[in-house]
Design a protein around this ligand. Structure first.
Ligand code: HEM
Length: 461
């Protein structure tokens, strides 16, 4: 099928660049305009690449769930393979199925629950460095914290100075992807321009850290139940089953997919709690009542229901993965429109989760909208920050548990207050981040002081 008259409607754009200039000025505003002006199936063009934006639940179900085999990874997802190689996020077909089956047991409920202790310990270590009145960038703190938790729980490696060493190269690579997404033509990486030299050095730095981690684990000869152990065992027992390159791809995938999304989410949580002190007060009350001054454990998680609502509501308004891409593998139809093979499709939790078809006052931050019946009655695609169907986020339960425990551990001790006049905007990059970060001022909470006061410590000594 070639592009027919029955292709979804959209703005014509520049003859060469299509709608790239507007997309580049602000991806979220651009998507909002296309949806508002052209409806729930609309098209636009990034250079010569036609893209269809799909916002109808029945079509999303078809693409992600019922007919998912007819849709592959999109051009933009495949672009990430420059960094993640053929890791779980990118791979397709038999290869993806095999890897997902190998890795899935690490994310079984009973297994994830064992990580709770590490999640709380690492968070306590992180806030140990915070003092009354300190001004901090909560987004940066959440990035380091979630990366060290992902490394320790999923890969069985403790990161120390590596976390800081990874930060700058990671930012360079993220900026490189933004640039690639927004430009028609980029100089091939082997041409030593200033930009390419910087990006290549960043790749090299991260690969070196990851290769050293893998080598260290291989030398330990200890087998565990983390992903890296499983993959090393397979590499040892089945010759040719997995190359060193494939092993590295998976480690990179879990190190980065496993922290960036959750860190962005938590950055938004601290910002929203700072903006809405009434919500923060209720959250603190729940945490104080539940924890009674102790550190949270896995047994407390089901009781932290308001905390869970705050996280769900934050993910509704600021879904870290604000778009997902697919490519039609065969000629098909969505509703009345023809979709030729090769068409790139964009699905946007950002648009769907702020849609008045599904939510009253969709732009209000209202954790109370999450009643017991909300999840039972809402459309599957009114809230799907972790995707849907066979390629649903493997780390969904991990991320929800980690977020509840991090928020409870920090909020039991600190009230994070926003300095006045802090202007923050959603920046749509690989994830949607609060930009330029979330400055907070740490206020120690008295309930914590009671628990950890010298008098109390004396009795325990
Ligand atoms: C708030 C946190 C997170 C959000 C919003 C999120 C979102 C998503 C989404 C939307 C997808 C599906 C993409 C698609 O269908 O194209 C996905 C896939 C994936 N996520 Fe997450 N994620 C989060 C946390 C995590 C964590 C903690 C991990 C690792 C522990 C992780 C690892 C992955 C992997 C490996 C995939 C690819 C799965 C596959 O294709 O089989 N994510 N994530």
């Amino acid at each position: 099928m070639t592009r027919s008259n029955n292709f979804p409607p959209g703005p014509s754009g520049h003859w060469l660049q299509g709608n790239l200039p507007e997309y580049r000025r602000g991806r979220l505003q651009f998507l909002e305009r296309i949806r508002a002006e052209y409806g729930t199936i609309a098209s636009y063009r990034l250079g010569s690449i036609p893209v269809v934006l799909v916002c109808e639940p029945q079509h999303l179900r078809e693409i992600l769930v019922t007919n998912n085999k007819s849709y592959g990874r999109s051009i933009s997802t495949r672009m990430l393979s420059e960094f993640f190689g053929n890791g779980l996020l990118i791979s397709e077909g038999e290869r993806w199925l095999r890897d997902r089956r190998i890795i899935q047991p690490t994310f079984a409920k009973e297994h994830i629950e064992q990580f709770a202790d590490c999640m709380v310990r690492r968070t306590s270590d992180c806030i140990e460095l915070w003092n009354q009145g300190d001004r901090r960038d909560a987004l940066l703190d959440m990035q380091s914290l979630t990366m060290s938790i992902a490394a320790e729980t999923l890969l069985g490696v403790k990161l120390h100075e590596e976390v800081a060493a990874i930060h700058d190269p990671h930012e360079i690579i993220r900026g490189h992807f933004d640039y690639r997404m927004e430009h028609l033509w980029v100089t091939p990486r082997w041409i030593p321009t200033r930009h390419n030299r910087k990006v290549n050095a960043a790749y090299h730095a991260i690969r070196k850290i990851v290769d050293d981690l893998i080598a260290k684990r291989k030398n330990e000869h200890q087998s565990g139940t983390d992903i890296l152990s499983r993959l090393i065992q397979i590499q040892r027992s089945q010759a040719h089953a997995m190359t060193d390159q494939q092993l590295r791809d998976q480690v990179l995938t879990f190190l980065f997919a496993g922290h960036e999304t959750t860190a962005s989410l938590l950055g938004w949580v601290w910002w929203l709690l700072g903006k809405f002190p009434d919500v923060a007060n209720r959250l603190h009350d729940e945490i104080d009542d539940t924890l009674q001054g102790k550190r949270p454990t896995i047994a407390d998680v089901p009781k932290l229901r308001y905390t869970d609502k705050v996280i769900r509501e934050t993910l509704r308004l600021f879904p870290s993965a604000y778009v997902m891409g697919r490519q039609a593998l065969e000629d098909t139809h969505l509703g009345e429109y023809d979709i030729p093979r090769g068409t790139n499709l964009v699905i946007s939790p950002w648009l769907m989760q702020r849609d008045s078809r599904f939510w009253d006052h969709p732009l209000d931050f209202d954790p109370d909208r999450w009643t017991d019946s909300t999840q039972k009655t809402m459309d599957q695609f009114a809230w799907f920050p972790f995707g849907a169907g066979p390629r649903i986020c493997i780390g969904k339960a991990f991320a929800m548990l980690e977020s509840v425990l991090i928020v409870a551990t920090i909020a039991s001790r600190f009230n994070l207050v926003l300095p006045s006049n802090q202007a923050i905007e959603p920046h749509a990059s690989v994830t949607i981040r609060p930009s330029p970060g979330v400055q907070v001022i740490c206020h120690e909470r008295t309930s914590f002081r009671k628990e950890f006061s010298p008098a109390r410590l004396e009795t325990t000594l």
